[in-house]
Design a binder for this molecule. Structure first.
Ligand SMILES: *Cc1c(COP(=O)(O)O)cnc(C)c1O
Length: 414
């Protein structure tokens, strides 16, 4: 058996398998294109992340899975059973998290544009924390809680003024970005009693971006968070260090990737050195994480079929039935994703552009890939799509949304 990183995909006797089931068998039952998820891989990643936190002596880690990476109900139920919480950014995600059995006491609500209705829903549900992104938002949460005769739990999301080196669309921690609040504004608001009549400050949070590889910015931001906790100078139930740990998608991104353990160790060390002296950090302050990608990416593959091939001078196109409406990361971010053919193929490789049917040039899963000569009807797998895959799908070109199929931990398809 040839193992391909830690993904559920591998070749056996020259044929592509997903969690040990021949892709051909699965595609015989489901119309392409579709997403295929491995519950086993998802839980392995989740458990590995949690174990790494424990190993790095992180205090009472709470893993709030970022729903926007993958809000599939069955997968969320599985994470919920394993103790996961949720990081949500909308009323829709709040409902989905609760429907999946994630306890409100494990839900944190991020996002700069929480509406009045969403705030009310969050207060009524009794969520663990509103991670507030402006003083104006704090004011509104306080007001809505007052009207409901309840108290709301809030944490400030710090804008640590760091430049996370990632794609510009997913870097979120600099002062020109719309996210978080500057330290000086937080310290002023903490002291202003008018914001706290119906709210309780229970924590501090941050999130500086996604697909982080170099952890320099993370280190700096975590330190800022610890220093702020010192300056706030009151007991805090938790510090939320956000998500963002990157995933190695393949050969085009030759960078140094950090393991969850290296990531946890760095966080643990920074918090201890910047925050240890504070009375709140006598191992009472729990650490919250909001990972999405690192938990879900590897657990998914996108399966699509060649409609026809096309030769145009030096270019060889495989036109597939999946498009950028189904999976947009390659078009939107120029992201690299591994592409595997159903049959390993021993013959000469052909430089192939894998393109979809959408009327946009960006509708492309990979260019110049060395693949066995493809023919109409052949299956292709786009790998590591379990995060920001289906959750970003649209109906563009009036296309149907792709199906989602899960291979359960017991090897059953559903
Ligand atoms: C998107 C997001 C996350 C998850 O980011 P990943 O890169 O998937 O780990 C966590 N927290 C917040 C506030 C987010 O917006």
């Amino acid at each position: 058996m040839e193992k391909i990183n830690s993904s559920p995909l591998c070749y056996k006797k020259g044929k592509l398998h997903f969690d040990n089931i021949p892709l051909e068998t699965i595609a015989g039952k489901v119309k392409t294109p579709f997403y295929l998820y491995s519950e086993k891989t998802l839980l392995q990643n989740y458990n590995h992340f949690l174990e790494s936190a424990n190993k790095a002596m992180i205090c009472e880690p709470l893993i709030c899975f970022a729903l926007k990476a993958n809000p599939n109900l069955k997968l969320l139920k599985s994470l919920a059973k394993n103790g996961a919480g949720a990081d949500i950014v909308s009323g829709g995600e709040l409902k989905r998290a609760l429907d999946a059995g994630i306890k409100a006491s494990k839900i944190v609500f991020s996002g700069v544009g929480k509406t009045k209705e969403e705030i009310i829903k969050g207060i009524k549900a009794g969520i663990y924390s509103f991670n507030v992104e402006s003083i104006e938002e704090l004011e509104q949460i306080n007001l809505e809680a007052k009207k409901l005769k309840k108290r709301a739990r809030v944490a400030f999301r710090l804008n640590p003024k760091v430049h996370a080196k990632t794609h510009k669309h997913i870097s979120t921690g600099f002062k020109t970005h719309k996210f978080g609040i500057l330290k000086s504004d937080i310290l002023k608001a903490v002291k202003n009693k008018k914001y706290w009549t119906h709210t309780d400050l229970v924590g501090l949070s941050m999130h500086i971006g996604s697909q982080l590889t170099c952890l320099k910015a993370t280190k700096k931001a975590v330190k800022e968070l610890g220093l702020l906790a010192n300056e706030v100078n009151r007991p805090l139930e938790f510090l939320d260090v956000g998500g963002g740990l990157g995933v190695d998608y393949g050969p085009e991104e030759k960078k140094n990737f950090s393991t969850p353990y290296e990531y946890m160790s760095l966080i643990s060390k920074e918090l201890q050195s910047s925050f240890y002296k504070n009375y709140a950090f006598d191992n009472q302050t729990r650490i919250v994480f909001e990972p999405g990608r690192v938990i879900a990416a590897r657990a998914g593959a996108f399966i699509t079929k060649v409609i026809r091939t096309k030769k145009s001078e030096d270019c060889f196109f495989a036109i597939v039935d999946g498009g950028m409406n189904d999976f947009v990361r390659t078009s939107l971010y120029g992201a690299y994703h591994e592409i595997l053919t159903e049959k390993k193929g021993a013959g000469k490789k052909v430089k192939t552009d894998i393109v979809g049917p959408i009327c946009e040039t960006a509708d492309c899963f990979g260019t110049g890939r060395s693949l066995p000569r493809l023919n109409p009807g052949d299956l292709i797998s786009v790998g590591d799509v379990g995060a920001y895959g289906f959750s970003m799908a649209s109906h563009y070109n009036m296309r149907e949304l792709p199906k989602e199929i899960i291979v359960s931990s017991k090897g059953k398809l559903s």
